[in-house]
Design a protein around this ligand. Sequence first.
Ligand SMILES: Cc1cc2nc3c(=O)[nH]c(=O)nc-3n(C[C@H](O)[C@H](O)[C@H](O)COP(=O)(O)O)c2cc1C
Length: 248
Amino acid sequence: MVIYYSGTGNSAHCAREAASALGDECISAFAYIKNGIAAEFSSARPWVFVSPTYGWRLPGVFADFIRSARLSGCREAYFVMTCGSEIGNAEKYLRELCREKHLAFRGVLQVVMPENYIALFSAPDAQEAERIIACSRPVLEAGIDLIRRGEPFPETRPGAVDRLKSGPVNRLFCRYIVRDGPFRAGDSCISCGKCAEVCPVNDIAISGGRPVWQGHCTHCMACISRCPVRAIEYGRSTRDKERYFLDK
Ligand SMILES: Cc1cc2nc3c(=O)[nH]c(=O)nc-3n(C[C@H](O)[C@H](O)[C@H](O)COP(=O)(O)O)c2cc1C
């Protein structure tokens, strides 16, 4: 069973591709996370968890979703992490998660997809995004082939810098960088509520027709990227930047 979490569509896309190639079910964790429901799934085939990389690790909300899910049947778990450049030492924490869940860790596949983190970086333009997605295809296909053959993904080979990034730097990142204070909706806001609808953690309340962020954002970039009138900015850092969302 393929289970995914996605803020701006990259991981949803990879999950659908994997599920279709494997002839397996594809389930989004979004509604479970948004509604605080502990999932209950059964599968005779390996679990394939697909997710973005946040701070060189699995997003905390997705790790918590897996932690609280009741997974019966197959005990093998593969992870596919989409990222803008690299996943660091994510593998260490995935192994720990698997130990907690009594799952056999079958490896993590790093799939470089277009960068979506416009609060800090820039997303590629449409043409460059197409090129990056085209380059990701053979990587994903090779991973799918290993799952199909029941073989593990190759081990990642993290160095000292990767260990730092996924360890102490990740903790600093979560504490000091992932803040929603700078989010604002400007006068072009049409009060459609799309931002609140797509927020996986219900961080957005609508007050006086405008979104108000509530302080428990995960920086997934869904609200700012999916606003139909580009009314949302993250301080000054997103002004004049491309928004990124993959809808296929
Ligand atoms: C909060 C946040 C943290 C991120 N951290 C990393 C990272 O550590 N390494 C990396 O290569 N990409 C990082 N990215 C980029 C995303 O992992 C990447 O664009 C991913 O494919 C987005 O997936 P999605 O469209 O399914 O949400 C980060 C993006 C966000 C929003």
